[in-house]
Each structure stands twice: as structure tokens, then as C-alpha cells.
Design a protein around this ligand. Sequence first.
Ligand SMILES: Cc1cc2nc3c(=O)[nH]c(=O)nc-3n(C[C@H](O)[C@H](O)[C@H](O)COP(=O)(O)O)c2cc1C
Length: 215
Amino acid sequence: MPISLGRALTLRRSWYGRPITGLKNQDLADFLGWTAGFQTSFTHREEEAPHSYAPSAGNLPSLSCYLALTRATEDSLSIGPGLFRYLKAEHALVDLHRPDVQKQLQDGLVQAEFASYPALVIVVADMAATMRKYSARHYRTLHIDSGIMAQTQYLVTTALGLGGCCITGFSDLSLHRLLGLPSGSFPSHIFSLGRPEPAPPSGASGFSEATEFAE
Ligand SMILES: Cc1cc2nc3c(=O)[nH]c(=O)nc-3n(C[C@H](O)[C@H](O)[C@H](O)COP(=O)(O)O)c2cc1C
């Protein structure tokens, strides 16, 4: 991503504009890879799990991402509309077969207009992942992990020339049901995503497109 950190920090904004154009598969691969994927070329210590671009307390897998596509991507081999789970190790999407996802989101969001954005990434925190290593007070680190993820999402969005906004106004119960979450997991925030027009200044991307979408 040939854009300086200073430029990304300066250009970063919450985006509330109407998305004129949708997203391509490559946009989603870039966004998910840079924000929620594993680093591909660097591990801190050989014996440790791979590191992510966004750090988490203890390098634990405290957060996972679901992708809600309210419309099909703009590719000949398009995906969506539907709900997908992002597998970070495989850099792939699992189709959860929910083409009705937009209606569910409209009902679950305080600002229902966000459900008209091409994509919403729902970030889910998993208490059990943290409690396996740390005591109960470390539930707080889930929220810190989530905040770090949100800023990473903002900066990556800016660098890719996309637009997005962090969202925390939603019904926990509604999203819990939509995603079929186990107790102990909760949606921490949502990040809307689209391509603003006219396009903002951007950098290019560097992630390879996810070629496999596991069923
Ligand atoms: C944790 C967090 C939660 C947010 N939740 C919402 C939300 O539910 N609805 C909304 O319209 N904006 C939401 N925002 C966007 C903020 O209102 C926005 O970041 C703030 O007004 C500053 O604007 P800027 O991001 O353009 O600098 C949220 C931002 C953060 C960081």
C-alpha cells in the first residue's frame, strides 16, 4: 500500500455518503486480508502463532469477522448477496447461505440506512478465547482488541480508496441471532464498506485475491 501513514491518518474519515458503486472481490480480499488476516511475511518468534496486522492481547484469536454483502460484488464471478465468515488462516470466505441478510440488518441496526451499504463487516469478540489464558478481568482486552481493529479498518479503508464507518448502534440480540453465535461471543462493532464516488485519494493494494470460497 504505497500511501504514507501520515497521509492515511490525515485523510481518514467516517464515510456517510451514498455509495454509488459497489465493491469488487479484490476490494474485499484486500480489506479483510489487511485488517483481519495474518501477516504473511513475518513471524515474531518461530514457536508462536502467526501474527496479525492488527495486534490482539496475547496474540489470542479474540476477534473474528463476518462479511454481510447486501448486493453482489461487481465481478463476472460475483459473490453475494449473503453472509460469509472470514477464515483468516485460509484467507477465504465460508458462505453461510443467508441471502436475506439485508433485511435482518435493517431490523438490527439503530441507523437502518447503513444496511444499504454494499458490505458490512461484523466483528465478533469471543470471551472464551481470552479466558483460556487470562483471568476474568481480561474481558476488557476484548474491547481494546476491537478498538485496534476499528482503527486498522479505518486506515486500510482510506489507503484502499474505499469508504467506511465504525458502527456500534445495533441490537446485540438481533446480531447474535443473525450470526448464530454461541454464548460467550458478542458482536463488538460493525464496519460499513463501499466505494465512494468521486473516489478519494488512495494507495494501491497488495493482497492477492482470495481464490477459494469454501462452502
Ligand atoms: C467505537 C466507535 C463507534 C461508532 N459508532 C457509530 C455509530 O453507531 N453510528 C455512527 O453514525 N457513527 C459511529 N461512529 C463514528 C463516529 O461518530 C466518528 O468517528 C466521529 O464522529 C468522528 O468522525 P471521523 O471518524 O470522521 O473523524 C463510531 C466511531 C467509533 C470509533
